[in-house]
Design a protein. Structure first.
Length: 281
């Protein structure tokens, strides 16, 4: 599996498995097992998804050693005060049934982010978390966090897909040595027309792949980590089967031109982000 070297030299798989909206516990455990047995080594969850326990069972029953996996969870902003954050982490360790977590992110840039980030720094320094980072951070928030804390976040997990390619935000991440991880890399099912565009269909045909595989590969060739979610075996396999071809420059340029510069899922640009996030309290 291709990896991204994080700013603390931890290797993070470039392709992972997302678990947002897999609410049924059995389906979640089964999907995680399925993904790991397909070859995924990064599993992304969050307290807010309410499925850390099912993800933990999936990891435990996957037949793959814990040390071969990269497990990410996130702290929700309802838990950003120091004691709440410590308790949320304790719960995550228990639910995931692990004695270390590979990466923990602050899910949103709201509330007492400083208190929560300093708890993450403490756990990181004690070796309980291998990498710490953030999600949904806009440039000014990211720079602020870096400036007034010790540990530079390893990752900023943001919406990135063909429709919303986040060129500017990705450049800021890169400038500050923060890896970009794409959530909703397939657009969360919200821009399905993209996968019928003749230009994309033609590129897909050339490589005997699907347009969605081309979309994920485009992000990977930009050195963006992607974490597509699916509960369907064939799609889990499809989304993993990305490493036997390379898009050429002309094809990459065609796909760059599909960028609409607007968030698709309505929650990762400043005001929209804040208003959406507050519904999650
Ligand atoms: N940090 C954050 O704020 C944040 C926000 C959103 C997401 N995330 C993380 O990022 C992960 C990925 O994002 P996401 O789940 O929102 O969206 P996504 O991965 O872009 O899209 C998932 C949707 O696409 C469908 N799908 C997946 N593969 C497909 C395929 N090959 N063909 C056709 N349809 C396919 C899935 O349906 P089926 O399941 O029915 O196949 C599901 O409806 C999440 O699961 C979560 O772990 C983080």
């Amino acid at each position: 599996m291709q990896t991204i070297t994080l700013n603390n030299n931890v290797e993070m798989p470039i392709l992972g498995f997302g678990t947002f909206l897999i609410n049924d516990k059995n389906e979640c455990e089964r999907s995680v097992i399925n993904a790991i047995q397909t070859g995924y080594r990064l599993i992304d969850t969050a307290k807010a998804y309410g499925n850390e326990d099912a993800v933990g069972l999936g990891i435990k029953n996957s037949g793959i050693k814990r040390e071969e996996l990269f497990v990410t969870t996130k702290i929700n902003f309802g838990d950003f005060e120091k004691e709440d954050c410590e308790k949320a982490l304790k719960d995550s360790f228990e639910k995931l049934q692990v004695d270390y977590i590979d990466m923990v992110l602050l899910h949103w840039p709201f509330g007492n982010t400083y208190a929560a980030y300093r708890v993450l720094e403490d756990f990181y320094e004690r070796g309980l978390i291998r990498a710490i980072g953030v999600s949904n951070y806009m440039p000014s928030q990211l720079i602020d966090l870096i400036k007034f804390n010790k540990v530079v976040p390893a990752v900023n997990q943001i919406e990135v897909n063909l429709h919303c390619q986040q060129k500017e935000l990705r450049e800021i991440n890169k400038k500050y040595n923060v890896a970009t991880q794409a959530y909703a890399p397939l657009g969360q099912g919200k821009a399905e027309y993209l996968y019928e565009l003749p230009v994309l269909v033609e590129i897909a045909k050339k490589y005997n792949k699907t347009p969605r595989q081309i979309a994920l590969k485009f992000l990977i060739q930009n050195n963006i980590s992607v974490i597509p979610k699916s509960v369907h075996t064939e799609r889990i396999k499809e989304n993993f089967d990305l490493f036997d071809f390379e898009l050429n420059k002309e094809e990459m340029d065609i796909i760059y031109s599909l960028d609409k510069g607007k968030n698709l899922i309505g929650c990762s640009q400043d005001i929209a982000l804040a208003e959406f996030a507050m519904t999650w309290i």
